[in-house]
Write a protein that binds this ligand. Structure first.
Ligand SMILES: C[S@@+](CC[C@H](N)C(=O)[O-])C[C@H]1O[C@@H](n2cnc3c(N)ncnc32)[C@H](O)[C@@H]1O
Length: 209
């Protein structure tokens, strides 16, 4: 029961269980995020968006990588926005980090704003995946990249692997082919996928032309 209360709060963290989930995600997604960030070059001065920023650990990591650049974080959960601002308060104060409550379906940013958009363990929950990928594409600069990161990769040898979580949260684990296809259809180019040996970790990197 407690397990499910916690897991349900991955969708849109709120209240007591949401606070616990945020703490657990900040810790539990850290190595996955570090691995995936190794596939993108982050330059001094980059403008980066972390979509579905949860408790803000990725925003914190990115702030340490962009030099004189700027990192935005959005999440549709008010609690996540509060926690991300708290974790990154020094960077928020000096305007290096900008954290807002927003949906990935309607990003509060101009066209061509970002050199990189990251999205860690959040894609499963997006309401309109083709439209949401296009909305991110709109905010990327020409040559900008999207990094999608997953730990729920389908296992053809064990199709039931994620069943309990999938049923409880009404989401689906992903496959490499499906994600590459979705990115292609949404208009992305130079699509790469990477799987970490011995894990269910997948990341996809794709560019705007
Ligand atoms: C499993 S958590 C991952 C959080 C964070 N990226 C991390 O790695 O710890 C999923 C996050 O995506 C957010 N989210 C889900 N759907 C969203 C949407 N449509 N727009 C914005 N945020 C969304 C949730 O509120 C939650 O914070």
């Amino acid at each position: 029961m407690k397990f499910y209360k916690l897991v349900e709060n991955a969708v849109k963290p709120g209240g007591f269980w949401g606070r616990l989930m945020i703490r657990s995600m900040n810790k539990g997604h850290s190595d996955l995020t570090d691995w995936a960030l190794g596939f993108v070059k982050i330059e001094n001065g980059f403008r980066v968006l972390d979509a579905g920023c949860g408790g803000g650990r990725t925003v914190q990591k990115l702030c340490g990588m962009v030099g004189s650049g700027r990192v935005c974080g959005i999440d549709y959960s008010a609690l996540c926005v509060e926690k991300t601002k708290k974790l990154n308060h020094k960077n928020v104060l000096c305007d290096k980090a900008d954290v807002r409550q927003a949906s990935v379906s309607d990003l509060p940013f101009e066209d061509n704003s970002f050199d990189l958009v990251t999205a860690v363990e959040t894609y499963y929950f997006w309401p309109d995946k083709p439209g949401d990928l296009k909305e991110i594409l709109r905010t990327l600069k020409s040559g900008g990249r999207l990094l999608l990161v997953f730990e729920m990769l389908q296992d053809p040898e064990n199709p039931e692997k994620w069943k309990k979580v999938e049923d409880r949260l009404h989401i689906k684990a992903v496959s490499e082919e499906e994600i590459a296809g979705m990115l292609r259809q949404a208009g992305y180019h130079h699509i790469e996928t990477h799987i970490k040996d011995g894990t269910s970790w997948l990341c996809a990197v794709a560019s705007k032309e």
